[in-house]
Design a binder for this molecule. Structure first.
Ligand code: HEC
Length: 146
């Protein structure tokens, strides 16, 4: 067998192997990791964005924009109601957010929109923690020494 034939047979064997291995994973299995679950989103599911990312610059102690605060449930809701948050995170407004950081993932943005469409639900089991945010910062894994 010359090199060319060896190459051809190797290619054929490889393609057969690949087409087999693809059928092992079902499509559902394959997309599972990429599926963005937007069902029953509550405020609690989004604090890793609002509290951990945005509130670094938009909180009661510091905000770079009057009326935009994302450190509590109520302030986040009011900020969104200004109509400025969605354009900023979708990068369709004048100020792309988070400021000078990579855009949120499409899934994160979809989750926020789903939450808004569902009229800002909050997990009632954790309501007290959120209402009492300042005395429960440790529950959110936030560095209170900041
Ligand atoms: C590193 C700091 C920083 C972070 C993080 C940050 N912002 Fe901002 N944000 C700013 C600054 C600075 C401005 C003011 C821009 C100006 O007025 O010149 C601003 C302005 C805004 C505005 C007003 C936009 C407008 O059209 O007037 C909104 C809404 C906003 N931020 C939302 C967010 C959201 C939501 C997040 C999290 C996804 C976020 N920001 C993260 C610094 C930040």
């Amino acid at each position: 067998m010359n090199y060319f034939n060896r190459f051809i047979s190797a290619t054929i064997i490889l393609s057969i192997f690949l087409s087999y291995s693809c059928t092992f994973d079902s499509e559902e299995e394959f997309f599972k990791n990429y599926y963005c679950d937007t069902t029953n989103i509550t405020y609690n599911d989004l604090t890793y964005i609002f509290t951990d990312i945005c509130a670094v610059c938009h909180s009661q102690t510091i905000t770079y924009r009057d009326g935009i605060l994302t450190d509590t449930y109520e302030s986040t809701k009011l900020s969104i109601k200004t109509g400025l948050v969605i354009p900023s995170i979708k990068h369709t407004g004048p100020y792309p957010m988070p400021y000078q950081q990579p855009k949120l993932s499409d899934c994160d943005i979809t989750k926020i929109e789903a939450w808004i469409n569902a009229r800002f639900p909050i997990d009632t089991n954790k309501t007290s923690m959120i209402k009492d945010f300042n005395t429960h910062k440790q529950d959110y894994n936030i560095n209170t020494n900041k």
